[in-house]
Design a binder for this molecule. Sequence first.
Ligand SMILES: Cc1ncc(COP(=O)(O)O)c(C=O)c1O
Length: 467
Amino acid sequence: MTEYSAARQYSPQEIARLQESARRHMWLHFTRMSSYNDADIPVIVRGSGEYVYDQYGKRYLDGLAGLFVSQIGHGRTEVAQAGARQASELAYFPLWSYAHPQAIALAERLASLAPGDLNRVFFTTSGSEAVESAWKLAKQYFKAIGQPGRYKVLSRNIAYHGTSMGALAITGLADIKAPFEPLPPGGVRVPNTNFYRAPSFVAHDQAAFGQWAADEIERAILREGPDSVAAVYLEPVQNSGGCFPPPPGYFERVREICDTYGVLLVSDEVICAFGRLGYYFGSERFGYQPDIITFAKGVTSGYAPLGGMLVRDALMEPFSRGDASFLHGVTFAGHPVSCAVAMANLDVFEKEDLLGNVRANAGAFRATLEKLGDLPIVGDVRGEGYFYGIELVKDKASRETFSDDESERLLRGFLSTALYDAGLICRADDRGDPVIQLSPPLTCGQEQFDEMEQILRSVLTQAWARL
Ligand SMILES: Cc1ncc(COP(=O)(O)O)c(C=O)c1O
């Protein structure tokens, strides 16, 4: 399966120098740096289409689109050139009291694609900033309309909403929060929609499970005091924990609850927007109307960094009068180069009908991954569009999961490296129960689905034998 690219070759001296320098100076994110004491740091040097290449020229299928980012795939010169052109014309100007044509054009385009009256765009540079900006907006908005007690935010167990202090307070992963306590107050957890691990009283009925999970949001609002709750943050399909789609009726009920108690519904679409589920926005896929959508990642397919939030007209209203202003800003938000790149990225979506590609092939992707269900280690295959999680179990019949020690040996000690060595970039994650996550470029078809399935089959079979 390994293919060696004809592109720029790195000499043995350059490769050694890269390793030495990386070990001496790089600090990798969420990474145990000691794991590279006796192993090479993986270095990716270029990408083309659905594949990336390391410094030896070895090819990898990018089954995670980098980090849920590279929707149109790698190596698109027309998108790169759009960025270069913009840098020559106007490299930078802030959105603090000014606008520039690329940000204006992109804001209009996003508003036209978004559901309902989400017509106002506040740009950021990342997903965490978008999530945190939405919280700040909610707090200032409620103060402006005479409900100053509303500051709390509800989000789901194990959900990831980012790492800056505010976003981390919304994130539902206890382990990555603990070192940074105390966090800003107001983060409240509600259950997620992992049907595979549903409580026994709703375990055999998806709709009843959905109703229960949504009702838990209402119970949390009542427990906390409705006058203190500002917003509920939900992803259309929850990423962390391994792709939890919403059960039928879930979002309908959540919208009803938010309307009843005057709580804002924030759809965190940092992963689920821009085609990941076959629609520009994940909320469209499930037919609900958010008050705010947060986005990042796929808006540029990673050719430049950009994030932001799309906001309903009504939320802007108190800020459009007299001396009011939203007291928040970021220097590089809505960077001209990033906006130009986002416009070119969306042109590719249109020209190549990428949403159509995802919708046409999502069934085949699911069917191909479901073949792995015959392996004893595969407990559940779940997801939507081009976004899947495969939950690994010790005992399929009882759904028993692995102990911390087994998880450590299985995921960190074997699977992550073995999958990479076999030429597949994906994610072996144990932030909930152990899962493999897949989120390939939207250009993928059956050839790449088969490649993923074959590599996973071989590596998971070896993993089972080692247990
Ligand atoms: C749902 C969600 N929200 C927020 C974030 C944070 O985005 P960023 O890493 O760009 O800050 C992520 C990142 O993966 C995410 O998946």
